[in-house]
Design a protein around this ligand. Sequence first.
Ligand SMILES: Cc1cc2nc3c(=O)[nH]c(=O)nc-3n(C[C@H](O)[C@H](O)[C@H](O)COP(=O)(O)O)c2cc1C
Length: 260
Amino acid sequence: MSNKKDSIQNVIKVALMVCLACAVVVSSASVILRPIQERNQELDFRRNILSAAGLLEPGRSVEEQFEQIEVRLVDLTTGQFTDVMDPADFDPRRAASIPEISRNLSNQEDIAGLNRREDIAEVYLVRNDAGEIDVLILPVRGYGLWSTMRGFLALDNDLNTVVGLGFYDHAETPGLGGEIDNPNWKSQWVGKKVYDEDQSVQLGVKKGSVDSSNEFEQRHRVDGLSGATLTSNGVTNMVQFWFGEQGFKAFVQNLKAGEV
Ligand SMILES: Cc1cc2nc3c(=O)[nH]c(=O)nc-3n(C[C@H](O)[C@H](O)[C@H](O)COP(=O)(O)O)c2cc1C
């Protein structure tokens, strides 16, 4: 009797049943938890938009705070708002991989290591009671040393002064490139100017420390991350790309001129 119980067929049968039961539990958990994960991802995305704009109030519901944000789509080629799609149906994290609304970048254009760029981008605005723009929050991304760093850079109502920069996704090394999340480093960006008088993008990260007697550096540069020049360069390239001709430059210029 005991021989039959311990037979090889029985052992295999029990092992298979255990495997099957585990597979059902794991896949059910994955299916059941997916909507919760997606919802948390979206909340984190919104939290980062509010944080870049300096509007995040801890302890208050992110959804409630996000109600002050106007979400619009922009055609990057024309630099105009577009209504070709409802922002509710637009996934900014996937847009660059949808062939109909994105294109390959040439080596010369692709300074941020993106390969492809979406033609339509989502932007976020905070308006005052008169309907004028108080803060403009733009999505930015670029390759660091190990990963694509994704975040937001917010501009003040002059559409040139940085209000804040923050990243919601990257895989740079903690303590080195990962210092892009360091609040002290991020605070250096506040007040820096993106464009110079000729409307060239000058904002970026210096290798080493910003010289306090150098007016240009004071205006446009932040300190390099020590031991992480490659990530720092990636951040500079990211800013150069997204505020340049392939990015939001036309849109920002149009907004400044009131031609949007
Ligand atoms: C394990 C490991 C992880 C690293 N991670 C980063 C990183 O995330 N970002 C970065 O710029 N450099 C990183 N580096 C260092 C780069 O290889 C390179 O030395 C550095 O960017 C040069 O910057 P520095 O001129 O400021 O020293 C890492 C090096 C090692 C060995």
